[in-house]
Design a protein around this ligand. Structure first.
Ligand code: AMP
Length: 624
């Protein structure tokens, strides 16, 4: 039997499975014939697990057992503010594990079950696997799974682990906008260079990406988004309005009852969907408020649009910043691809089109299915099956912000290791040397961002290598390797050959934690502070020179064999170095004075004894 590879769009609200075979993609329906499956798991009180549409319907009777939007919990710590925000509206209970990860609790057969987001993902993926295998009448173990471009490493790894537990080998985690673009390009025979923008607004996340196709290669030029912005938030606007009406006109507070909250949320979502096609709708609430058994709340499209206007506009701001930061002109975008269920809202379509000066939007790709289709196309490219033969379209992802480290001189200047815009996957290896004799540990703090003062960038993590043999300055080499794999996971390895010493750390780096704000702010911040940063680097040259001068003198003068005169110089340089380490940019004048003082006192012995390890000029010995 052929080893087929499927594509899975594991969405916040809905999931969708697709297969490319015999020259075309097809959506694989679930057991009830649905082309998309709600990412919903219902734990029935008597011990069953019901997935998808059925589960969603059944949970109306016991909302606290209906789990949805697991994607908002995946790979996050319990006290993550964004997770805490989601907890405000979930009808199910979430508690913290001993290691501060969220655990969803549900009661089944009077037993409390605690499930991690990863376990829930596994349950969902197992169900999708079962539907697929039933449909194809064969085992399917390999898949390409899509994730938001902004998913961070923990979120990506959780997805991989969950898929593994569900019996899948994941050949690639594909970014959702890339998948959508792939679906578009596979349908449209574009030979020459072509630039498209994917605007993807789903149930829980917003992604925007600019992609360029050059012959058979698709390159992601820039991405931005917000992991906490989607149809659900639009529903919340409507829901808050309904709460207000119920409180003010009917004296009823529905927020106290989880059943009512869930019922009202469903009604609001349906009303929102209605208003994508009609001008007016009515939210009917029967039997919830005893004194008012039949309540009708009418709503016009205009009222709805006004309520959610700030959210719609927020997406345009993100889109605008994405283009501006990458210096891409609106006019250069040849195709605008809408995907995600929420792009059915006419006002959103209008705002996007208006932003591009009335440009027509692409309506060929199916908003609910294009991401899964893209995943299926990518899956076929990995497949060895004859049935899945496909022309190769190569996709290239790029790093949104540079990654760098600083040496351990406390100068805090960023040494860029991988520059923004580098195509992924990528790896880089750099050698670092010790700057002092008694260094037996090396700590590499890894940062992301464009500022030259590393402290102004975003700290990602550290790798610490200890037990290094002591050696004179600049004699001991430690190799740092950074690898970003095709799933966007950053691995850092520091190694030293002498003692075969090595340490590997996976750093929580990718785009997930950061909303558009952080990426775009980071770029704007760097542009606005260019002058300041130049000043900073000039200061760092002096500071590093001073530190290295002091280190040079002290390691040439052996402490144990010092005459009084040399002892004084030795101590002077020790103290000066300590002071130098605390100098900041405003201390440039003082730094120069300290250099002059050091040179005045030490220069004659430095020259006379021809000291080694001395810095030669202010630019010298930047250890990279
Ligand atoms: P996705 O995550 O792409 O499956 O999108 C799901 C989101 O799309 C949910 O918030 C749905 O309420 C929303 N959605 C689906 N159909 C419509 C529609 N006709 N009008 C407005 N929103 C919709």
């Amino acid at each position: 039997m052929d080893d087929l590879v499927i594509g899975i769009d594991l969405g916040t609200t809905n999931s969708c499975v697709s297969l490319y075979t015999k020259g075309r993609t097809k959506i694989l329906e679930n057991e009830i014939g649905g082309r998309i499956t709600p990412s919903f798991i219902y734990f029935t009180p008597d011990g069953e697990i019901v997935i998808g549409e059925h589960g969603k319907n059944m949970s109306v009777h016991k909302p606290e057992n209906g789990i949805y939007e697991m994607k908002r919990l995946v790979g996050r710590q319990f006290d993550d503010p964004q997770l805490q925000e989601s907890l405000k509206y979930f009808p199910f209970k979430v508690t913290a594990s001993s290691s501060n990860f969220p655990l969803v609790s549900v009661k089944q057969k009077s037993v409390i079950l605690k499930k991690s987001p990863q376990e829930l993902y596994t349950v969902l993926l197992k169900a999708l696997k079962k539907y697929t295998e039933e449909k194809l009448k064969q085992t399917v173990n390999k898949a390409v799974i899509t994730v938001p471009a902004y998913f961070n490493v923990a979120q990506r790894e959780t997805t991989l682990e969950a898929a593994k537990d569900a019996g899948f080998t994941v050949l690639k985690l594909l970014n959702e906008p890339t998948a959508a673009a792939l679906a578009y390009y596979s349908e449209n025979d574009i030979e020459e260079t072509h630039r498209s923008l994917v605007y993807d607004l789903g149930g829980g996340t917003f992604d925007v990406a600019v992609l360029e196709k050059r012959f058979e290669k698709i390159e992601v030029i820039c991405v931005a988004g917000d992991t906490q912005l989607g149809g659900h938030d639009i529903d919340t606007c409507l829901l808050n309005y309904v709460y207000r009406v119920l409180r003010s006109q009917y004296g009823y507070d529905p927020e106290a009852d989880p059943d009512d909250k869930r019922i009202l949320r469903n009604k609001c979502e349906n009303a929102k969907k209605d208003l994508s096609t009609v001008e007016n709708t009515v939210i009917g609430i029967n039997g919830m408020v005893s004194k008012h058994p039949k309540i009708k709340i009418s709503l016009t499209k205009g009222e709805f649009e006004a309520m959610a206007d700030h959210l719609f506009k927020k997406t345009i701001v993100i889109l605008d910043k994405c283009l501006q930061s990458s210096k891409i002109s609106k006019g250069s975008i040849q195709e605008i691809i809408l995907c995600g269920g929420s792009t059915r809202i006419p006002k959103i379509q209008k705002l996007v089109s208006d932003y591009f000066d009335g440009k027509e939007l692409n309506k060929f790709v199916h908003p609910d299915e294009c991401v899964a289709e893209g995943a299926a196309l990518q899956a076929a490219m990995f497949s060895m099956s004859e049935k899945q033969k496909i022309d190769e379209l190569r996709m290239v992802d790029v790093l949104p912000l540079s990654i760098g480290t600083s040496d351990h001189s406390l100068c805090h200047d960023m040494s860029f290791l991988i520059k923004r815009g580098t195509k992924l996957p990528t790896s880089v290896t750099r050698d670092f040397v010790n700057t002092e004799t008694d260094e037996t540990t090396f700590t590499f703090d890894i940062y992301e961002g464009e500022r030259l003062d590393i402290r102004k960038n975003r700290y990602l993590g550290e790798v610490l290598l200890s037990d290094i043999e002591s050696a004179p300055p600049y004699q001991k080499k430690v190799t740092l390797t950074l690898l970003i794999d095709q799933n966007g996971i950053l691995t850092i390895e520091a190694s030293e050959t002498f003692r075969n010493n090595s340490k590997t750390v996976k750093v929580n780096y990718t785009r997930g934690d950061r909303s558009d704000r952080e990426i775009q702010n980071s770029l704007l911040d760097a542009a606005e502070n260019q002058k300041n940063d130049e000043k900073f680097i000039r200061f760092v040259r002096y500071k590093r020179y001073l530190i290295q001068y002091c280190v040079g003198v002290t390691c040439n003068l052996d402490e144990k064999m010092l005459t009084d005169r040399y002892k004084e110089l030795y101590n002077f340089c020790k103290v000066t170095k300590k002071m130098a380490e605390t100098l900041e940019m405003n201390d440039e004048v003082r730094t120069k004075e300290m250099i002059a003082e050091c040179e005045r006192r030490c220069e004659s012995i430095v020259t006379m004894y021809d000291f080694s390890y001395m810095p030669r000029d202010f630019g010298f010995l930047k250890i990279l």
